[in-house]
Ligand binder design. Structure first.
Ligand SMILES: [Zn+2]
Ligand SMILES: [Zn+2]
Length: 377
């Protein structure tokens, strides 16, 4: 979105020059970066807004383009009622914004360039593999990554230790280089940001020898990363401010860590719930039993009621996955697997056959050929 300079200063469009000045002083004081609670980005915005609104020529230009812009960007609201105004035909809001930017850089000279040189550092992304247990309990990992960081010798100032700060010899402290061209319409002036001081108007007399005055340096940095309990495979953790630094070591980007979780042999995760199988014998399932179940935190005794069918799901509430940063947990769902014995002792077999007779069930279907022959005599 294009910036609304009136909004930034918190004044109405009809504000007088005096009101604008007062609002600017208040905001500039509030956001001054040297102050605790200051905000460099906001401070720059406020200054930018004041630069325009305090200059009657620039203000007139801005008001005109501003109105124009609003009519266009507001197409979502006014378009359908305006009749035949196809907002999308202009390539969307981005297109409009881009056009406005061009107009502004023509008027004020080099504003775009200056902004991009002082931009925020890039975000970094890296993968990390952790164990299933670690994903359940949370873990702190120490990682080392090589990135563009603030120069540790000059702390981003670009000045050699103890170096004097002098007025930029190239732009004589103006921060801008004005070029005058002769054209058939007369002399045309254009301004661009001074490349020696990046618009500061000041340079150190001796640049920092470690970073050659850039204020930034590529070097390895070791940081601790806290992975919260409950993180799922494929989720990302943002480490604020641990991306690469921007202009002169300021405005760092963020570091994003994509977490891979090694699957568990015991548990299957489904959202915030965990699934696990508990094997019981057919006798235990018939008569009921208590089994010891290992959850991710502890060992619990779980009651399997008499007559439990294979595939029955027993729920242990709140014993599942911790919901990240909430204190809540999902459930642990236990699926009962009933084990049928594959080999029986002679005595076991007799007892079960006795049971079959009691129930009047026909058995002996799996007798061997010879046993069948024997029985038929
Ligand atoms: Zn340095
Ligand atoms: Zn300069």
């Amino acid at each position: 979105m294009a910036k609304d300079f009136y909004d930034i200063l918190g004044v109405s469009k009809s504000a007088s020059a005096d009101e604008i000045k007062r609002a600017y002083r208040k905001k500039a004081h509030q956001f001054h970066p040297d102050k605790g609670g200051g905000n460099e980005e906001k401070f720059k915005e406020v200054n930018e807004a004041y630069q325009v609104l305090s200059d009657s020529a620039k203000k007139t230009q801005y008001d005109r383009f501003g109105d124009n812009y609003q009519n266009t960007a507001g197409g979502g609201q006014s378009g359908p009622f305006g009749g035949g105004f196809d907002f999308n035909g202009f390539g969307g809001q981005d297109g409009v914004e881009f056009d406005l930017g061009d107009i502004f850089s023509d008027i004020f000279g080099g504003r775009e360039q200056r902004q991009s040189r002082r931009s925020r550092g890039v975000d970094l992304e890296m993968p990390m593999t952790i164990g299933f247990e670690e994903s359940m309990h949370g873990v702190t990992k120490t990682i080392t990554l090589e990135k563009q960081d603030k120069c540790h010798v000059c702390e981003g100032s670009g000045a050699a230790p103890g170096a004097k700060v002098i007025t930029c010899p190239k732009c004589h402290g103006q921060g801008q280089i004005i070029t005058t061209r002769r054209t058939i319409f007369g002399n045309m002036q254009s301004a661009s940001t001074c490349d020696k001081c990046d618009g500061d108007g000041k340079v150190p007399e001796t640049p920092c020898s470690v970073c050659s005055g850039s204020g930034v340096l590529r070097r390895p940095k070791t940081i601790e990363v806290k992975i919260p309990a409950g993180i799922d495979n494929g989720q990302r953790v943002r480490v604020t401010g641990e991306g690469e630094v921007g202009y002169k070591g300021s405005n760092p980007g963020d570091l994003y860590i994509t977490v891979r979780v090694t699957p568990s042999k015991e548990f299957r995760r489904d959202g915030v719930n965990l699934h696990k199988e508990i094997p019981v014998s057919f006798i235990q399932a018939s008569l009921g039993t208590k089994v010891e179940v290992k959850t991710v935190d502890e060992t619990l005794e779980v009651k399997v009621p008499a007559g439990t069918q294979p595939g029955t799901v027993l729920k242990l509430s709140g014993k599942g996955v911790p919901v990240v940063n909430s204190g809540r947990r999902g459930d642990l769902l236990l699926t009962v697997r009933v084990i049928i014995p594959q080999k029986l002792s002679k005595q076991e077999k007799e007892l079960i056959e006795e049971l079959a007779r009691l129930e009047g069930e026909s058995v002996h279907v799996n007798k061997s050929f010879w046993e069948n022959i024997k029985d038929s005599f």
